[in-house]
Design a protein around this ligand. Structure first.
Ligand code: HEC
Length: 123
């Protein structure tokens, strides 16, 4: 009985035991993935720039338009507006879409891209 209690406590702490917890986990995969894949370079919870520009409100914004960030000329002059579609193309292969951009990392997992873009759209 004591062991069951310990296991349950562990599962609840891990967020897998109760419907309330698992629902919360399901609604946040994009946020988690963003932290893992993008968070080293991009801030979204605060308006600060990092290695990369701040991404608050990125969906609907013109590329290269965050104040105080020194963009590559390539991105600044790209004429791109960020939509779920252009973000999908960019994340799949940034340098193919914007030749000369300083963001060079590709994100190959389509499910992860979709979750991250959904998360970006909610900010
Ligand atoms: C290693 C650092 C790094 C990582 C990791 C990274 N980026 Fe970037 N990102 C940059 C840099 C640097 C720029 C600016 C590129 C330029 O000026 O050409 C940028 C630019 C961007 C832009 C254009 C922003 C604007 O204002 O036009 C978007 C959108 C973007 N990144 C999304 C992402 C997403 C989403 C992820 C995670 C899946 C990610 N980046 C991961 C460094 C990174």
């Amino acid at each position: 009985m004591k062991n069951v209690a310990i296991v349950l406590t562990f599962l609840i702490a891990a967020g897998v035991a109760t419907p309330a917890f698992s629902q919360q986990a399901d609604s946040a995969p994009g946020q988690r993935l963003f932290q893992q894949r993008c968070g080293a370079c991009h801030q979204i919870a605060t308006p600060r720039n990092g290695v990369g520009p701040n991404l608050q409100g990125i969906v609907g914004r013109a590329a290269g338009s965050v104040g105080g960030f020194r963009y590559s000329p390539a991105l600044k002059d790209s004429g791109v507006t960020w939509t779920p579609e252009t973000l999908e193309t960019f994340l799949t292969n940034p340098t193919t879409m914007v030749r000369g951009t300083r963001m060079t990392q590709r994100f190959n997992n389509a499910d992860e891209r979709r979750a991250i873009i959904e998360f970006l759209g909610s900010r």
